[in-house]
Design a protein around this ligand. Structure first.
Ligand SMILES: [Cu+2]
Length: 198
């Protein structure tokens, strides 16, 4: 016992230092009325290293004839639990990327699906063509979905320089470089992409 305690102390100090070094990016996507159609997904491209496996399964619910959430961002390898909380039967399929059709089922049942390929999946129900959502699968753990005003926070980012990219179902946004330091928050505003020749 006497030998373990002196070994643990430096380990705790190193772990504390690592935790302190992670930075935070706070920002706003300047999307105006585009954000009324749906939130944006902001993510850091070019992050390196071994990423932690995502913990827990996010859900994609079907309630009041609507997919909830409208936009779900996840890391590759994440399993999403698909729910049905309506009285009617709903279907779950996507024509994009790895393509899936989980079938059609009544209220209360849950079906999981694991996303292994990055990309944007249009989430549809073949019983109700008006139902639509988006699952954005990213090969990075550093991302955020904005609120209705475009605000977002990306936490626990290792210090470094990254390209910030933004996905939105209707609008395109400019990329930008950002440098993250461990000792302070980095604030950014993401603007709409300007069209050339106009
Ligand atoms: Cu449906």
């Amino acid at each position: 016992m006497g030998k373990i305690i002196p070994l643990l102390t430096p380990l705790v100090l190193v772990m504390t230092a690592l935790a302190v070094q992670a930075g935070t990016i706070r920002g706003r996507v300047d999307g105006g009325r585009m954000l009324k159609k749906g939130p944006a997904v902001v993510y850091l491209a070019g992050a390196k290293g071994e990423f932690k496996k995502p913990a827990g399964n996010p859900t994609m619910d079907q309630r009041n004839m609507t997919f909830i959430p409208h936009v779900l961002a996840i890391q590759t390898g994440t399993t999403v639990d698909f729910l049905n909380n309506d009285e009617v039967r709903h279907n779950v399929f996507s024509p994009d990327r790895e393509k899936y059709n989980l079938g059609t089922w009544p209220t209360g049942k849950v079906k999981p699906h694991t996303f292994t390929q990055k990309g944007v999946y249009t989430q549809l129900c073949n019983v109700h063509p008006e139902m639509e959502a988006f699952i954005v699968v990213l090969d990075t753990p550093y991302f955020a979905v904005t609120d209705a005003e475009g605000n977002f926070v990306i936490r626990d980012v290792p210090p470094g320089t990254y390209t910030v990219k933004t996905w939105h179902e209707k609008a395109r946004f400019a990329r930008q470089q950002v440098s993250v330091a461990g000792d302070r928050d980095t604030e950014i505003t993401i603007k709409r992409k300007r069209r050339r020749n106009r």
